[in-house]
Design a protein around this ligand. Structure first.
Ligand code: HEM
Length: 468
């Protein structure tokens, strides 16, 4: 047959899972050298055709609906966590409408209102680092902070004010459903899955009760997505979005945004701790835009801070939280420009992390260098007309042919990018005013690739308060 070449493996069933879990960057780079951009690996009993480079990205992200399905790849993992009637539990056309609701809810006006909320949460959170100097786990801190900022912005102040330790427990049980094992085996009768199911019901009921309170009190003064979903959403066929669907969408958003944004914030601060001169550059940039470090950071001033923007872009280049994006192949699928045909039932995956680290696309690709984006933007503008200005500063490509796709492309592209950028940049802008950082014992953290979202392993940082 004409299937893309199979990478040999020694452990039946598991296949290349251990290499992928321990050192995927090296593994995929080596495979690319040997087999080219398209090759097949076995991953826990699955045939996974890996599609690399800009052409691989384009092949996966622009695959037609009849050819390749995200639902079929993701639903076993996501439906028990998010709930029914949303995202991968519905036809793609319904998901597209639901994504449009959320995108409209993340309007400029709402994003503008989020910035002071995120600043306030960040200042309050870091009151706990109250010694002149100390050492802490920056990933843990960012995970705790982002759940607070994201909840306040997306869910609202009434939800935020009712979030206590029992909420944290429900959240963490629900999150426990996002385990790689659930990606492979559907709904095993594990204790973690029972806790996940109970947590789903509790979280949904909590959101439903808040929605009912809001209807009773006729609240309309908020900028959160919950309110938007309550007020404004009607499918094209005239049916209104139900409260239960709204609650399930909110759960999906909270989980989609949590680890992605918290690991990105953590990695950004880890890179900054390794490159302390960029702390200074960020503070100088704020002084240039705002006049002083005492003036308030706003949504509009963030747009004038390209160094800050590029720190986030560069972090996402080297440490994209979502390492692979997967589809199930629904019918035999030829790969254009090759003689390969992918058999029905196999999976295809894009791994933009590899093109994002390719010297052919990015000079000195392994080096953290936010300033590279200044040139990249200029060149990109000249060679590609498919560039989009999302209105918050730098220009980001959305073309599926781009080597840089931390948010994916095509119909499943992320809708949380603008919110994620506002959230992460506001946290970083506030953080650099308060602290200087160094890596603890000068140790750059290891990476855990076995979690679904790529995480730093116990990243300890030494902080110094700047106001002491
Ligand atoms: C989709 C990354 C933050 C909501 C995606 C995809 C990627 C991604 C790679 C495409 C998945 C695929 O094609 O299989 C990220 C990163 C984030 C981030 C790197 C932060 C740094 C957020 C936030 C939200 C969100 C904050 C919600 C407010 C979504 C949704 C989808 C999506 C709804 C669509 C799924 C689909 O259509 O299949 N994201 N995301 N994301 N993301 Fe994000």
């Amino acid at each position: 047959s004409n299937e893309p070449p199979m990478v040999p493996y020694w452990i039946p069933f598991l296949g290349s899972a251990i290499r992928v879990g321990t050192d995927p960057i090296r593994f995929y780079q080596e495979c690319q050298e040997k087999y080219g951009k398209f090759f097949t690996i076995t991953l826990v009993g699955r045939k996974m055709v890996t599609c690399l480079g800009a052409e691989g990205n384009n092949f996966v992200f622009n695959a037609r609906l009849a050819d390749a399905s995200a639902e079929e790849a993701y639903k076993g993992l996501t439906v028990p966590v998010f709930g029914t009637g949303v995202v991968y539990d519905v036809q793609n056309s319904v998901l597209m409408e639901q994504k449009r609701f959320v995108k409209a809810g993340l309007s400029q006006e709402n994003l503008r209102a989020y910035v002071p909320m995120i600043i306030k949460e960040t200042l309050e959170y870091f009151e706990r680092w109250n010694e002149p100097k100390g050492t802490d786990d920056i990933h843990e801190a960012m995970a705790e902070l982002v759940i607070l900022t994201a909840s306040r912005c997306l869910l609202g102040d009434d939800v935020r004010s009712q979030m206590d330790e029992s909420f944290a427990k429900v959240y963490s049980d629900l999150d426990g459903g996002f385990a790689p094992i659930n990606f492979i085996f559907e709904d095993l009768p594990l204790p973690a899955n029972r806790r996940r199911d109970q947590a789903h019901v509790k979280m949904r009921n909590f959101f439903l009760s808040i929605m009912q309170q809001r209807r009773k009190n006729k609240r309309t003064d908020t900028h959160d997505i919950m309110q938007y979903l309550l007020d404004n959403c009607e499918y094209k066929n005239g049916r209104r979005l139900s409260d239960q669907e709204a609650a399930h969408i909110l759960i999906a958003l909270l989980l989609a945004g949590q680890h992605t944004s918290s690991t990105t914030s953590a990695w950004a601060l880890i890179y900054l701790a390794q490159n302390p001169e960029i702390f200074d550059a960020l503070r100088e940039e704020q002084i240039r835009v705002l006049g002083s470090l005492d003036a308030e950071v706003t949504f509009d001033s963030l747009k004038q801070m390209p160094i800050l923007d590029n720190v986030v872009r560069e972090t996402l280049r080297l440490r994209p939280p979502i390492m692979t994006m997967i589809r199930k192949v629904l019918r035999d699928l030829p790969i254009p420009g090759t003689e390969y045909v992918i058999p029905q039932g196999a999976y295809i995956q894009a791994v933009p992390m590899i093109s994002q680290r390719d010297d052919g696309y990015f000079k000195n690709a392994d080096k953290f260098s936010p300033f590279r984006w200044e040139d990249y933007d200029k060149q990109q503008k000249e060679r590609d007309d498919d560039v989009v200005d999302y209105g918050w500063g730098a220009i980001h490509t959305s073309s599926a042919k781009s080597p840089y796709l931390p948010f994916g492309a095509g119909r499943h592209r992320c809708i949380g990018e603008s919110f994620a950028y506002v959230q992460i940049k506001t946290i970083l802008a506030t953080f650099v005013r308060m602290f200087d950082l160094r890596l603890h014992n000068n140790k750059f953290p290891e990476v855990d690739f076995t979690t679904l979202i790529v995480t730093p392993v116990k990243p300890l940082v030494d902080y110094t308060r700047r106001d002491q």
